[in-house]
Write a protein that binds this ligand. Structure first.
Ligand code: CA
Length: 124
């Protein structure tokens, strides 16, 4: 019984690690974006508060909604940005390939992001 509980605890820890969301920090820089994670910043040139996850995020949170201005995809998957929560509102742009980054989203996409998916293949 004890070993089974320990095993269950181990599974929970793994799930929590995969689902970890760090957001938003008061300030950040590209150096704060961990390898294997997707990072998006409030301001131009990877500055200001940021949100980072290693899996899809159905809502960036009230404090970060419609604020994203720069991004860096350090995952090995594709990241697709959406203007509405729950991956709605249509693709904002082509899916971001692994390693893709931008210090400044185009004006019509700036301060619009509400959710994003991280998937093995490009969605858009
Ligand atoms: Ca912004």
């Amino acid at each position: 019984m004890r070993s089974r509980l320990m095993a269950l605890a181990g599974v929970s820890a793994v799930v929590l690690a995969v689902g970890t969301v760090r957001a938003p920090a008061v300030s950040a820089s590209p150096g704060d974006c961990r390898g294997g994670w997707f990072c998006v910043w409030e301001h131009y040139n990877y500055e200001g508060s940021f949100v980072t996850t290693n899996q899809s995020l159905s809502y960036v949170g009230n404090g970060f909604n419609d604020k994203a201005t720069s991004y860096w995809n350090r995952t090995s998957w594709y990241v697709t940005l959406y203007p509405d929560a729950g991956y709605r509102g249509g693709c904002m742009m082509n899916s971001i390939p692994p390693g893709g980054s931008s210090p400044l989203l185009p004006a019509h996409l700036n301060d619009k992001l509400s959710s994003y998916t991280i998937t093995p293949h490009a969605i858009c």
